[in-house]
Write a protein that binds this ligand. Sequence first.
Ligand SMILES: [Zn+2]
Length: 78
Amino acid sequence: MADQATDNYDREFSLNLASDSQKLIYAIDEALGRINEKNYGRCLKCNKEISRKRLHAIPYAILCIDCQRKEEGKRKTS
Ligand SMILES: [Zn+2]
């Protein structure tokens, strides 16, 4: 149940990002930098590992699903 929700969310999120190519390029750059720093796959905020499933959907994800949701929530209210 939770996994299904995560899947849908990831898909929506990647579509949103794809519509903003500038952001996408930045995000990929960031992810590549993190591979070099050996931080790839770790959440930038809470330092937890980002789920494999999420990384599969969004290889350039820099936040875990929980932190990403919080960020999205912030953006909507501000
Ligand atoms: Zn996190």
